[in-house]
Design a protein around this ligand. Sequence first.
Ligand code: GAL
Length: 892
Amino acid sequence: MIRFAIILLFATLTATASPPRERISINENWRFTKGDPTNNTASLLYDVRQQQTIRRLAEAEADGNSSTNDSGASRESTNQPPAVLKPWILPTGNDFIKDPSRRFARPGGNPGDGVTYVQPDFDDSSWRQINLPHDWAIEGPFTHSGGGGMGRLPSDGIGWYRKHLDIPATDAGKSLFLDVDGAMSYATVWLNGQLVGGWPYGYASWRVDLTPYAKPGGQNVLVIRLDNPPNSSRWYPGAGIYRNVWLVKTQPVHVAQWGTTLTTPEVSLQRTAVNLKVTVANDSKLAANVSVATEIFALNTSGQKTGPAIANFLPTNLQIPPGTSDVASSSTTITNPKLWGPPPTQYPNRYVAVTTMSQAGKVVDTFETPFGIRSVNIDPDKGVFVNGERIELKGVCNHHDLGALGAAFNERAAQRQLELLQAMGCNALRTSHNSPAPEFLELADQMGFLVMDEAFDVWVRQKTPLDFHLIFSDWHEQDLRAQIRRDRNHPSVIFWSIGNEVSEQFTFANGAVVAKELDAIAHDEDPTRPTTTAMNWAQPTNPFTATVDVIGLNYQGAGIRQAPGRYPEFHEQLPGKLIIGSETASALSSRGEYIFPVTGSNSAAVGPDSGEDRARHQVNAYELYSAPFGSSPDRVFASQEKNPYVGGEFVWTGWDYLGEPTPFDTSRSSYSGIIDLAGFKKDRFYLYQAHWRPDFPMAHIVPHWTWPERAGQVTPVHIFTSGDEAELFLNGKSLGRKTKGPFEYRLRWDDVVYQPDTLKVIAYKNGKAWATDEVKTAGKPARLKLEPDRGTIDADGKDLSFVTVTVTDKHGVTAPRADNRIHFTIEGPGAIVATDNGDPTSFESFQSHDRKAFNGLCLVIVRGEPRRPGKIKLTARADGLEAGTTLIKTIE
Ligand code: GAL
C-alpha cells in the first residue's frame, strides 16, 4: 500500500514537471535523395515482392551490373530466402489489432545497421533540401513508354528523407511520437540509427513511438526510407512523404492516439445527449491515477472557439496500471444545439470538446476533438435523412492528387477543389478509393459535405501486380481500424466504404467472408455509421452483396447494365437495404473540344466514330459521351429520378486526375472530370449545376461560337439551364423556344447552321425570364488576361493563388481555340509553384514557366514566401500578343 502511494507520488511529480501536449509541425528542412546507397549490403526489403524482384534483377542483368544494390534480388539469384523488414515493421500496428494474441513482438537486431544513409553522422549536405509535403514524382519527366494508368510520372523507386531534430533536454521523461499523415509507401523509420518501425500502406496515417530511441538534449537524426513499387495502382499514387508530419510530445500518461470518441445518440433541436469516451494510455513504468474532464465550446466558421463553455462532462477518475490503457466514459447534454448539416438548406455548425487530464490536480494533457451534432438516418425506401430532412446525395468521387501539385497535400488546393464543387451544387464526396488527408475531412466538416470515407480498392485479389493485395493479409485490420479511429468524430463522414469494385465480388461466398470480416471491423470501431462497398458486378443474389449495410452500385443503375438499369431488381430483392449510386456516369470529355457530327442520342459510348478525336486524343465536350460501361449525366439523372428510393449518386469524377486516361492510354491524365486537371470548368459543370441547383438562375451555351471553317455547316447548340424552357437567338433571330420534356436535362437545337457573331439564349422558369447566356465569335488572339482566384494570400509558404490566364481577342472576347505558347515571370516575394492547362495530352512539365494555352486557357499557381509579406507581380508574355500582368498581395 505504502509502495503504491510512493509510486503514485513519483508518477505525479514526473508528470507535472513538464508542460502538457505539444504538436509541432516538422515539415520544414528535410534532406531528400532517390535510390539506395550504392555500397548497401543489408536488405531493406519490406517483404518479398515477386514481380518487382524479378524485374529489378532483369534490369540489373541488362545493365551488365550483377551486383545490384537491391539485396533481395541478389539473394534470390543465389536461392537464399531474402531477409525482410516485415517482422520489425509489423509491431507498429499492434494498437490496431484487436486480438492480443495476434499482436507482434519486435525481433532482436537492428536492420539498417550497415546502411550509410541510416547513420546519424552520415553527411547529407549534398542531398536536396525540401519541405514537406513532398511528391518526388510530380516533377517528372513524363514518360511515353508503358501504360498511362499511373500517370506516366516516375512514382516508383526508393526515396530517402533525413531530418535533424533538436530535442531539448527538457523533453527527457516525455513520450515523443512521430505522426505521419501519409507517406507513399512502405515507410521505414530510424531515429539515431535505430529502426523505430514503419507502415506500408501509402494512404494510411500512422504513428511511431520515438521515445526509446530519442536523445533529449541535442540533435537527433530522423531517417525515413520509402519504397514505392511499380505497377501498384490503377491511378497516380504520388511518391514520397506527401502529407503533413508532426512531432507530438506528451507526458508518459496521455490521451491515446485518436483517443476520443464522441457520439450523439439522440439529436433534437431542444436537447442532445453527447457521449464521450477518452482512451488514456499509461506508457510509464508506474501506475497512474488520473482525472479526465471535458468542456464543450462552439466553433465559429474559421474553427475558433467562441464564448464560454456551453456544456461539460463531469470528471472521471481512472487508475491505470503501467503499460496499459483505460477508457473514461461520460455523458452530457447540450440544450438548444446548433446542428451540423449540408448547405444550402442546413448549416455546418461545429463544436469542440476540450479534454483536460489531471494528475493530483495538475493538468498533464489537453486534447481537442472538433465535432458536429447531426442525425443521419437511412431509409431503404426514401434515402438519406440528415436531421430529419431528406438529402439527395449529389456527390462526386475524387482521387487524392491535386493536379499540377501532384499528391503533395496542400490545404488551399483541396479547398479550391471543394469550393468549385460546392458552387456546382455538389453536397457529397467519395474518397475514392482510400483514406484522405486528415485536413480534407476538416474542410468537408467546415463546408458541410457528406463523405463516403473509403478504405481500399483491392483486398486479397489483385488488380495490378504489386498493389495492396500484397499486404492485405498482414495489414487490413490495422489500416481499417486506424482510418476509422482517425475519422470517426467528423460529422461529414456518413458511410464507411470497405472497398471499391473488389474482385471478391467474383468469388461469391468466399468473397463474402472477407467482406464480412471488414464489415465487422468497421462496426466494432464505430457502431454508429453504416458500411458500404461499391459493386460494379455483384448481383442481388450474390452473397457478397448483402454483407454491407448500404448497397453501393457502380454503373448498375444506368450504364453497365442497359436500360432500365438494375436499381429496381436490387430494391426488390434486398428491401431492407438502402441503395446508392456509389459510382455513376464516367462521362468523358476534354474541355473546349467539340467534335462533329454530334450524336443524336442522349448518351453514347466513346469510340473511334463516337466522340473521339483520334488524331489529337481528345474527347467531345458536348457531354454526351462516356466510358463504354458508363453513361452521360443526362441518362444517370433520369435513372436516379425514376428510382427515388436510391439515396443519390457519386459521379466519376468531380475533377480530372493524373493517370487512368481512358480512352487514350497514351495521355497523362483522365478525361472523366467535370472540372479539368487545372481546375477549369468543362461544360459538364453547368449540366450538373442546372440539375443540382434548380433554384440558382443559370443558363449555359454549348459550344463556343468561333468556327470560321464551319460557315454554312450544321453546328448543334445545346443549352444547360436550371430553367425549364429557353429561346435561342442567332444574331438576334429566334431559332425557336423549347421546353424540357420529362426526364430531359438539356435543350437541344441540333440543326443550327453556323454563321458567325452572336448566339444568345434566354431561359425561362415557370413562364418567367430566368437566366441568359451569350457567346460571341472571337477575332484573332491579341491579348493575355490574368485573373487570380484570390488577390491576397498568406505569406506562409503554403497559401496559393490560382491565376487563370486567358487568351483574348482585342475586344477581350476569349479566343476559345488559342494554343499560344505563354511564358511566365514573377517578381517580388513569391514563386511559381506549377503551371498547367488542363490538356490530358500535355507532357510539358508542371514545373515549366512556359506553357501552351489549351483552348484559350492556362493556369499558374503562385505561392508567397514565408514571413516576407509584400506584392508579387506575375507577368505573362506570348509572341504576337499584348502581355498581361496581375498583382498578388501576401500578408502575415
Ligand atoms: C470504375 C472504377 C474507378 C475507375 C473508373 C474509370 O469502375 O471504380 O476506379 O477506374 O471505373 O472510369
